[in-house]
Design a binder for this molecule. Structure first.
Ligand code: GLU
Length: 442
């Protein structure tokens, strides 16, 4: 069975980049009839916050991304400890004593010579006595995973195709700090094994982690999952990172963006498929395919999200939106206002034109007379606006703007707005006549 996972660290709120990864993993699982695991990567006790765990759940639920299982790394520390012991006994984990400054210096020297800053395995070269002396000095080691330099690393990436790494060109990763706390690399691999994860889809910033983790899977006697790395999201003008705070569910929700718009956009952004206002998850799922993912960075454009949102709102059936509409706004009201809004929250501004009170407009003498005439001509029928305007046209010879605009202004207090043919029946005969009379009175 296909098992995918989304593994956020609860050190902040989700942003478009994470949401996209979550969505794609969810879609992969759904498409395969498999399972989607939400894994909270909270081994960093200092930076992880319970409020972010709650926010992650809330945001995913708002988006309609549901998970089959939730796991937490902080509840699995004994598993990491056990894997650590096994790998250490097998000679794949070793203690290292360099300080941050020493490591930094080594890096600088290598970079200065134009060499890649690969860890020199200095810790492996220590003699027993040297190591004992460090320990006697009270230096606590941190721990590195020893890459097997004789085993070239390769995988067939779901997005990037064939990948090859020479392990000798990678640093043995630090997997555990001197205080015993865990870095990302080993716990994630242990989890992927224990949770039966079959497919890992994540950002391409993880490609070199994958190379290391593939050796970890093998060292643990496990088969690595299939890996795919998607191109990162960038903003229209380059990096997204500066704006990430404004690109989360909370901000989207406040702006009136529908979850469906976010899903429709992110499902296809960076793929060869066109971004369309598709609300039917089944359609998005049917066309979802890693082979359509491009290698170039995917451009996230707020304006595109707004366009998709507007299109979705314009096509939204009354039944789906009725619970979010102002009291008394019925299907005809929604239908009248719908083409004029780009977010559902904007309905109130237009619905006010029906319920009143409306703005007062100053009219010229001549228009006042015309509006007085309109008040007497107004009669109720299946289409009062058409009847009113055609009879005023005959009676006054007015046409175009001169015919329509004063009526719209008198009836709604505005120069533009929803179709008057739909609005007038909603305003009703009595209120309409009152508004015309009042405008005529000046
Ligand atoms: N917590 C990691 C991150 O947010 C998970 C990476 C992964 O998918 O393995 O980057």
């Amino acid at each position: 069975m296909t098992v995918t996972r989304f593994a956020p660290s609860p050190t902040g709120r989700l942003h478009v980049g994470n949401i996209r990864t979550a969505l794609h993993n969810w879609m992969l699982a759904q498409k395969a009839g498999g399972q989607f695991v939400l894994r909270i990567d909270d081994t960093d006790a200092e930076r992880s916050r319970e409020e972010y765990v709650a926010a992650i759940r809330e945001d995913l639920a708002w988006l309609g991304i549901d998970w089959d299982r939730e796991e937490r790394q902080s509840a699995r520390l004994d598993r990491y400890e056990a894997a650590f012991d096994t790998l250490r006994a097998a000679g794949r984990i070793y203690p290292a004593y360099e300080t941050q400054q020493e490591l930094e210096l080594k890096r600088k020297v290598l970079l200065g010579r134009g060499l890649p800053p690969i860890y020199d395995r200095g810790a492996l070269k220590l003699t027993e006595e040297e190591r004992a002396a460090k320990e006697a000095d009270g230096v606590q080691p941190h721990w590195r995973f020893k890459l097997d330099h004789d085993k070239p690393i390769g995988w067939d990436d779901g997005v990037r195709g064939k990948q090859k790494f020479d392990p000798a060109q990678l640093s043995d990763p630090v997997i555990r700090r001197a205080d015993g706390s865990w870095l990302y690399m080993l716990p994630s691999t242990v989890d992927d094994v224990d949770m039966g994860v079959t497919q890992v889809l994540r950002g391409e910033d993880h490609v070199s982690n994958t190379a290391v983790q593939i050796q970890m899977f093998h060292a643990m006697g496990a088969t690595p999952p299939d890996f795919a790395h998607e191109a990162l999201l960038v903003g229209k003008e380059g990096k997204l990172s500066k704006r990430l705070g404004s690109l989360g569910c909370e901000a989207f929700r406040e702006r009136g963006i529908e979850p469906a718009a976010i899903i429709a956009l992110l499902a296809r952004l960076g793929t060869s498929l066109p971004v369309e206002p598709i609300v039917d998850g089944a359609v998005l799922l049917e066309t979802f395919d890693l082979s359509t993912f491009g290698r170039a960075p995917a451009k996230f454009d707020d304006a595109e999200l707004e366009r998709v949102n507007t299109a979705i709102v314009h096509a939204m059936p009354f039944d789906e939106v009725k619970d979010r509409l102002p009291d008394g706004m019925d299907e005809a009201g929604w239908h009248a206002v719908q083409p004029n809004i780009s977010t559902v929250g904007e309905v109130g501004e237009w619905w006010r034109l029906v319920t009143g009170p409306i703005e007062r407009v100053e009219f010229a003498e001549e228009d006042r007379a015309y509006l007085g005439q309109a008040a007497t001509v107004l009669a109720w029928s299946a289409d009062p606006w058409r009847d009113l305007t055609s009879s005023l046209k005959d009676k006054t010879g007015r046409k175009g703007k001169g015919l329509f605009l004063p009526l719209r202004q008198a009836l709604t207090g505005m120069n533009h707005g929803p179709d008057m043919g739909e609005l007038l029946p909603l305003i009703g005969e009595e209120a309409a006549r009152r508004r015309l009379e009042r405008a005529a009175a000046g």
